[in-house]
Design a protein around this ligand. Structure first.
Ligand SMILES: Cc1cc2nc3c(=O)[nH]c(=O)nc-3n(C[C@H](O)[C@H](O)[C@H](O)COP(=O)(O)OP(=O)(O)OC[C@H]3O[C@@H](n4cnc5c(N)ncnc54)[C@H](O)[C@@H]3O)c2cc1C
Length: 283
């Protein structure tokens, strides 16, 4: 049986990490305990569950951002009025996540640190331009999510660091926000392809701003910035939608695996963008 620590402050958690450098942090345990069950018996675990500073969703007045505590459960994201008003695409991702029992345990910080190409929070967080806040004995730092997740299962989390918050810049000017997840079934399914988008039209119905992100079609989330830039200033008509879908298929780099083939995933990536742009076109 491994040692289990339950600090109730960030300072206590950092002190425990210092005293037990071989320990692992644990939030909901829905990844850690499943993956490492056989290896966990001797590894001390530091639970983040009781650290109040890592819980909840709030507006940060000074920089107009929305802050989500790293240990906040996916279930809380799914019902948050603040997310419904500011980042409905992230809320949609939370609602498509696993099933209620998993959503009640799993945390947004755990989803980030697992860094799975299929992680449901990750495409919305990329599209939203989220920043990840980290703390260690040496101090705090903040970095864009695209610098935090560096590969499949790999992050730039340094030894001794804790993810404290995920910060979302204000995106209320985006009338169009979407998250879609295609899996082999409706719940308890890992995504075959997922897609997140934010889009704003100007008064002449031209695309004024776009942020796109796909999951499960590359080693990490694919954001295709060239495609998003190419859309800017263009009227949203059928020929634009066709070319955009074609460009999306070219931008992703999926693999064949147990859940789907690469060609199918590529086609889905294009179709999800096509479906989203059509919805915007028809208002
Ligand atoms: C049945 C089942 C269904 C699932 N369905 C989905 C799904 O639909 N979509 C999806 O995206 N995922 C799914 N998952 C995967 C998992 O639930 C998520 O990745 C979840 O967000 C992990 O969060 P957690 O709090 O449980 O992480 P944990 O297992 O507690 O931790 C995961 C990793 O993150 C580290 N960590 C956690 N918090 C911090 C922190 N604050 N600072 C530093 N390191 C930290 C831990 O040390 C560990 O390495 C599923 C898992 C199961 C078992």
């Amino acid at each position: 049986m491994s040692a289990w620590f339950s600090p109730d402050s960030i300072d206590d958690a950092l002190a425990l990490i210092e005293r037990h450098p071989d320990a692992r942090l644990i939030a909901g345990g829905t990844d850690l305990l499943v993956r490492r069950r056989s290896e966990m018996s001797d590894i001390p675990l530091i639970s983040l569950e009781r650290v109040a500073a890592l819980q909840g969703i709030e507006e940060v007045r000074e920089d107009g951002m929305l802050a989500i505590g790293a240990a906040t459960r996916i279930a809380e994201l799914a019902v948050s009025p603040l997310l419904a008003a500011n980042a409905p695409l992230l809320q949609r991702a939370a609602l498509s996540f696993g099933a209620p029992a998993i959503r009640n345990m799993a945390s947004v910080g755990g989803n980030l640190c697992t860094a799975s190409p299929a992680g449901d929070c990750l495409p919305p967080l990329h599209a939203l331009g989220a920043q990840v806040e980290l703390i260690a004995r040496a101090g705090r730092r903040r970095l864009p999510i695209s610098d935090f997740i560096v590969g499949p299962g790999r992050t730039s989390l340094a030894p001794g660091e804790i993810v404290t918050r995920v910060l979302l810049p204000s995106r209320d000017r985006f009338a169009w926000q979407a998250y879609e997840k295609i899996g082999r079934r409706q719940s308890l399914a890992i995504s075959v392809v997922s897609f997140a988008a934010l889009l704003r039209l100007d008064d002449e119905q031209r695309i004024a701003e776009a942020h796109l992100a796909w999951g499960s079609v590359g080693p990490t989330v694919v954001t295709a910035p060239e495609l998003a830039n190419w859309l800017l200033g263009k009227p949203l008509d059928q020929s634009l939608i066709d070319v955009a879908a074609e460009r999306a298929r070219a931008a992703v780099c999926p693999i064949d695996d147990l859940r789907a083939g690469a060609d199918y995933r590529r086609a889905l990536a294009g179709n999800l963008l096509r479906r989203f742009l059509r919805r915007v076109q028809h208002g």
